[in-house]
Design a binder for this molecule. Structure first.
Ligand SMILES: Cc1cc2nc3c(=O)[nH]c(=O)nc-3n(C[C@H](O)[C@H](O)[C@H](O)COP(=O)(O)OP(=O)(O)OC[C@H]3O[C@@H](n4cnc5c(N)ncnc54)[C@H](O)[C@@H]3O)c2cc1C
Length: 499
């Protein structure tokens, strides 16, 4: 079987998972990656003085997905990475008001009771129970299937079929559904924000996304060495199994001969022969012809209006004053509907944004790092129009001002030397992830049909498979990892081998 040559385009987490798994099964795997390092969005950004900070995902969840992957690769998560469970999931702030969510449900319910009253504490417990049920329904029947299918889902909800679908509430928006659990609008806002984990607006995303409540409740983990170490580790395991990695090697064309995959042409002109390709790029790159005319029809084309959120991110080494940051912190907008109207209806940066701040040097307690600068990553949601409407210098300056104004309402000041600040805009993300406009999560999950419209991992073109956040089962590190594993399994099945 060693003569089977697989080319993986992209060393994002989905590509890495697929490459490692196929190399471990004895296939000849070459990963071609346009950037100089693995990880894709799971990236690190320099902040001066030789320091680097996670500049992409920061919240590690669904540990079991990685345990299963590492086991399939003949090792274990514990053997490869140091993980600590977070006891505080996140600290949330609305001006001077503050609320922590804990890994322990009872502790969170007590905190919510003190914050908003006994009824909302009960609402929170109901939400935890309902989101757990949703997760259980969708886990096997939907997330672990190679392609999204209504049939599989109906099977998963068991006796009652379509009637049982009410448990996952696909026809109600997340925002509306949360009104059934909380009278306090701040709590509604807190749990509605989980829609943004899929790059979507809580005012348009289905209530099904409340399952993220369960995902976080099931454990948020902190990685020693940061999130990027996950990509480095997976790359090292794939290499141990014989996979080859070629960096700064951009794929320019997927070659097709006699209606099946024949290899990849690099931007340098070099041609790599291959029997199969796993494309870990956003599917928009294929649909818009960035990888050649022969594969444009292999995936559906997504209209720019259906893109998920982009972001403006700030990576820095900063002096922190005036607020007890923990690892994950959220500073909420005073006008949550307005934030998403600005992005989706007006196509502009929010006038009053919600700001996420990751204090990477802090644990999940109130331990303050030694005095001096610490590594900070901050994020504001933005429209994915980096290709058509790049932000002007004035807009970027205004956005920076708003970031500090929102933090200042809660007492937080961040002071960073200009040379230690790396700002990433939707246009920068579009350059890193071509044909996306800067959208970071594939198509938005707006409306009940969105999840069914993502392509499955196997395309109609013989030998072409897909992996990553724009593919089923969706975005986020665990989901993109699952898609990589599903793509590998699908390819192995086509070779007549059991996954
Ligand atoms: C700022 C930010 C915060 C996030 N926060 C979280 C979080 O807290 N938790 C979470 O779970 N998820 C989070 N996500 C989402 C998560 O990072 C992504 O869903 C996931 O990393 C996507 O992985 P992927 O497999 O799609 O590959 P990607 O990361 O999209 O990587 C694709 C790779 O393909 C390469 N490539 C593209 N075109 C070519 C080509 N032609 N030739 C060669 N190489 C090519 C790119 O350079 C890139 O390395 C966040 C994302 C961002 C950007």
């Amino acid at each position: 079987m060693a003569e089977q040559r697989v080319i993986v385009i992209g060393a994002g987490i989905g590509g890495l998972a697929a490459a490692a798994e196929l190399a471990a099964r004895g296939l000849h795997v070459t990963v071609v990656e346009a950037q100089a390092t693995p990880g894709g969005k799971l990236r690190e950004v320099p902040v001066g003085g030789g320091l680097r900070v996670d500049g992409g995902p920061t919240v590690f969840t669904m540990r079991w997905v990685f345990e299963a992957l590492f086991e399939a690769l003949g090792t274990s998560l514990e053997a490869e990475l140091e993980l600590r469970p977070a006891t505080i999931l996140a600290r949330h702030a609305w001006d001077e008001a503050r609320l922590d969510l804990f890994a322990d449900i009872d502790r969170s319910a007590d905190a919510i009771g003190d914050f908003a009253g006994a009824e909302d504490a009960k609402g929170y417990r109901r939400l935890c129970a309902d989101s757990q049920r949703m997760f259980q329904i969708l886990d096997q029947s939907f997330m672990q299937a190679a392609a999204p299918s209504m049939q599989g889902l109906i099977g998963g909800v068991g006796i009652g079929g379509v009637f049982g679908l009410r448990h996952i509430r696909p026809f109600t928006t997340l925002w509306r559904a949360l009104g059934d659990y909380f009278a306090d609008q701040r709590l509604r806002q807190l749990f509605a924000r989980y829609a943004t984990y899929c790059g979507s607006s809580p005012f348009q995303a289905p209530a099904t996304l409340m399952l993220v409540t369960h995902v976080e409740q099931a454990g948020v983990w902190l990685l020693d060495g940061g999130m990027h170490s996950l990509a480095r580790t997976l790359e090292a395991i794939a290499r141990r199994h014989g996979a080859q990695f070629r960096y700064q090697a951009e794929a320019a064309e997927i070659l097709v001969e006699a209606s099946r995959i024949a290899g990849v042409r690099l931007a340098s002109g070099e041609r790599l022969a291959g029997d199969a390709v796993i494309a870990n790029t956003d599917t928009a790159a294929l649909a818009t012809g960035r990888l050649g005319a022969a594969v444009t029809k292999a995936v559906p084309r997504i209209a720019p209006a259906k893109r998920s959120l982009s972001a403006v991110t700030f990576a820095m080494a900063a002096e922190v004053r005036g607020f007890p940051l923990v690892h994950h912190n959220v500073f909420f907008s005073r006008d949550y509907p307005g934030e998403f109207q600005d992005i989706h209806e007006h196509g502009r940066l929010p006038q009053d944004p919600t700001v996420y701040v990751c204090a990477q040097d802090r644990g999940d307690d109130d331990t303050v790092p030694p005095a001096g600068t610490e590594r900070i990553f901050a994020l504001i949601n933005a429209p994915a129009s980096g290709d058509s409407r790049p932000l002007t210098a004035d807009a970027i300056e205004a956005c920076t001002g708003k970031l500090h104004a929102v933090l200042c309402r809660s007492g937080l000041t961040l002071e960073a030397a200009p040379e230690s600040l790396t700002l990433t805009t939707p246009t920068d993300f579009d350059r890193l992830f071509p044909a996306t406009g800067g959208a970071l999560y594939g198509p938005a999950s707006h409306g009940w049909q969105a999840s069914f419209q993502r392509p499955g991992v196997k395309t109609k073109l013989a030998g072409l498979y897909l992996a990553g956040g724009s593919v089923h089962p969706g975005p986020g590190i665990p989901m993109a990892t699952l898609s990589g594993r599903l793509a590998a399994a699908s390819l192995l099945a086509d070779l007549g081998r059991r996954p």
